[in-house]
Design a protein around this ligand. Structure first.
Ligand code: HPA
Length: 347
């Protein structure tokens, strides 16, 4: 394998000059630069990242720990992370913690042992082990989708975090349904302990309050953020003495479970029960009726997490921040509107 010294010899320059050309660390005269690039091409030279890491103590790699990678929302996040990392010259190591706190701590340790420069993590509902590990080893990390803590005593967050706006869009689904005359609106909420769950619940409650509807705890059920849990939870809602006339689902996977439960009862949407969903997905407009949904900016969340992490690496002492990205309201027909405008409007 050709070495940097071989490239330098062939181009008639010093090894330092080759390094400056390849790493962009100093301007190099155009003809010298071209000679180096020609020699790289001719000799088939590729950077030895391991050797470089020994010198720079950086591996130009990012560890990504995200559960439910098969969920289209997280797949979009992954695409955003990958594209932004590639553009910045970073490679990715990916692990799936399966939303299990012990597994989460283990995979983060494995990624850290591979000496990634920093981590991007969508934390589980109980991230205490994860936080203890990161704190003990002082690992630069950005949390994504789920927030891990509230503000510190000086008012700022303790960690860099990137997530979608959850409360206001959920509130919008509720007020939309209330505007169509619904008085009993149920929520199939996600797993307790996740900030996405609590924020969507608080959006549900503020939507009710805004519409002048009383909160009734029996109309709020937990679907564990997954299809099977949502199916059971919906069954419980439908068994109430006076069941809801409209439902809001807390995420895409739970929408599937809700639709299964409604189908099992022979209920049709929106004639028997109206439906609005948090999370849009590629085939949401193929369902019959087409799903009125909140679309999260998954790709942007992923890309932004990379940018925030790179800023943290460049400036370790900068104050931590929480970046919230807006969602879009995608108005279709499952809410019961006859033929609403299609396009998403910022929520
Ligand atoms: N968080 C936010 N949105 C989601 C999730 C999640 O865990 N799953 C599906 N949509």
């Amino acid at each position: 394998m050709a070495t940097m010294a071989d490239v330098a010899r062939s181009a008639g320059v010093s090894v330092a000059t080759v390094s400056h050309v390849l790493n962009g660390t100093r301007p190099v005269l155009p003809h010298t630069r071209q000679a180096v690039l020609d020699a790289v091409e001719e000799l088939g030279y590729t950077t030895n990242t391991l050797a470089r890491s020994l010198v720079t103590a950086r591996t130009r790699s990012i560890g990504l720990a995200v559960s439910a990678i098969s969920n289209p929302y997280f797949t979009e996040i992954l695409q955003g992370v990958e594209a932004a990392a590639l553009e910045a010259g970073y490679s990715l190591l990916i692990a799936d913690p399966h939303d299990d706190p012990d597994h989460e701590r283990k995979v983060v340790q494995l990624l850290h042992e591979r000496r990634v420069d920093g981590l991007i993590v969508a934390p589980s509902a109980d991230p205490r082990g994860l936080l203890a590990y990161l704190g003990r080893h002082d690992v630069p990390a950005v949390f994504l989708d789920r927030l891990v803590d509230g503000p510190t005593t000086d008012g700022g967050p303790r960690f860099d975090q990137v997530c979608a706006d959850n409360a206001e869009p959920t509130s919008r689904l509720v007020t939309h349904l209330a505007g169509l005359g619904h008085r009993r609106i149920g929520l199939v909420a996600g797993r307790p302990g996740l900030s996405t769950t609590s924020e969507r619940i608080s959006g549900y409650r503020s939507g009710l309050a805004f519409a002048g509807l009383a909160y009734d705890g029996r109309l709020l059920v937990y679907g564990d953020s997954e299809s099977a849990g949502a199916e059971q939870a919906t069954e419980a809602l439908l068994s109430l003495g006076v069941p809801p006339t409209a439902l809001v689902t807390g995420n895409n996977a739970m929408t599937i479970g809700v639709l299964r439960a409604l189908g099992a009862r022979g209920l049709s949407v929106p004639d028997d029960i109206a439906l609005c969903c948090f999370d849009d997905f590629a085939w949401a407009d193929l369902f019959s009726p087409r799903l009125t949904a909140i679309a999260q900016p998954g790709r942007d969340i992923g890309a932004r997490a990379v940018h925030v992490l790179l800023e943290r690496l460049a400036e370790p002492d900068r104050p931590a921040r929480t970046v919230r990205l807006p969602c879009a309201f995608v108005h279709r027909t499952s809410c019961g509107c006859p033929s609403p405008s299609e396009e998403g409007t910022p929520s």
